[in-house]
Write a protein that binds this ligand. Structure first.
Ligand SMILES: [Zn+2]
Length: 313
């Protein structure tokens, strides 16, 4: 713990992420505005070091996505407003916004890998965990966290843990690492719910067997149910895995106030999940990079992000 003293907590936010216009859709730019306004109002911004975001390159997007998919998204967005999949609306600036979201996460990982930050919270959109190698899904264009994990491995962080507490299963992230023993993917998600993947029997394949851990949660599950799963099923395995980097796919749509799930997590519940990850981070000396996914009740979202940041290492 001593060696971490003096490290900074970082924050990624770039206005380009607001330019992904979605019209009358729950995944809207006001989400990020609400978060930033609340962090300011709570006096938290002053204590966070701003990580300078950047626009990810096509080569970086291609770490996890087919090049022809990347160019299809680019040209589709340039044509103006349309649907990439039934749930996923894009407009002219969406491709660029998605590049900034990915680039912000990559900068956070760079800073964490150099030991500049003990944790970084990335206030970015569009979200990413449903995006497959060659398909947009569920409001997601590019898989921010999957690209980040592969990028971190290229930078020499040989074992990456991904914790996904979004109410929905991160099918895109699971797909990216299903055969991979160097990335441990852990997800809690409401079951049944979109996208329908993430049963407990899906646990990786081949060399990746045992490195995917899905814990489907029945509707109405609340804080105590999540704590039990973390303490009993997840944390012992995460400590054994001994990650060099911890990524959190932080969706807040499991909050009791959120319209998109029937989970009953509270703001304090998210703080306590973060506390457990922070503890793991101190034990394993792995920095934590948190990447925003869902969360559609603006006040619950903003409060829960603040509660997360307060408990990060
Ligand atoms: Zn979600």
């Amino acid at each position: 713990m001593g060696e971490r003293t003096g490290l900074n907590k970082g924050l990624v936010f770039h206005e380009k992420c607001l330019s992904h216009e979605t019209g009358n859709h729950p995944e809207k730019k006001e989400r990020l505005v609400a978060i930033m306004d609340f962090l300011e109002k709570k006096g938290l911004l002053a204590g966070l070091k701003r990580v300078k975001a950047r626009r990810a390159s096509v080569d970086e997007l291609a770490i996890n996505h087919a090049r022809n998919y990347v160019s299809t998204v680019k040209s589709f967005c340039e044509k103006g407003r349309g649907h990439l999949d039934p749930d996923t609306v894009v407009s002219e600036k969406s491709y660029e916004a998605a590049q900034w979201a990915v680039g912000g996460v990559l900068e956070a990982i760079d800073g964490a890998s150099k030991g500049i930050y003990s944790s970084v919270f990335c206030v970015v959109r569009p979200p990413g965990h449903h995006a497959l190698r060659n398909k947009a899904m569920g409001f997601c264009l590019f898989n921010n966290v999957a690209i980040g994990a592969k990028y971190a491995k290229e930078k020499g962080m040989e074992r990456v843990l991904i914790v996904d507490w979004d109410a929905h299963h991160g099918n895109g992230t699971q797909e990216a690492f299903y055969l991979d023993s160097s990335v441990f993917y852990f997800s809690t998600h409401q079951w049944p719910l979109y996208p329908g993947t993430g049963s407990a029997q899906e646990e990786g394949e081949g060399p990746g067997k045992g490195y995917t851990l899905n814990c489907p949660m029945p509707p109405e599950s609340g804080d105590e149910d999540f704590f039990k799963v973390y303490d009993r099923d997840f944390l012992p395995r995460a400590r054994d895995f001994d990650p060099k980097l911890i990524l959190i796919s932080a969706g807040y749509d499991g909050h009791r106030m959120d319209p998109l799930s029937s989970l009953k997590l509270t703001t304090q519940g998210f703080a306590e999940l973060t506390f457990r990850i922070s503890d793991l981070s101190r034990q394993t000396h792995a920095p934590v990079v948190v990447v925003l996914e869902g969360g559609y009740n603006l006040s619950a979202l903003a409060e829960s992000v603040a509660a997360t940041i307060e408990v990060l290492p």
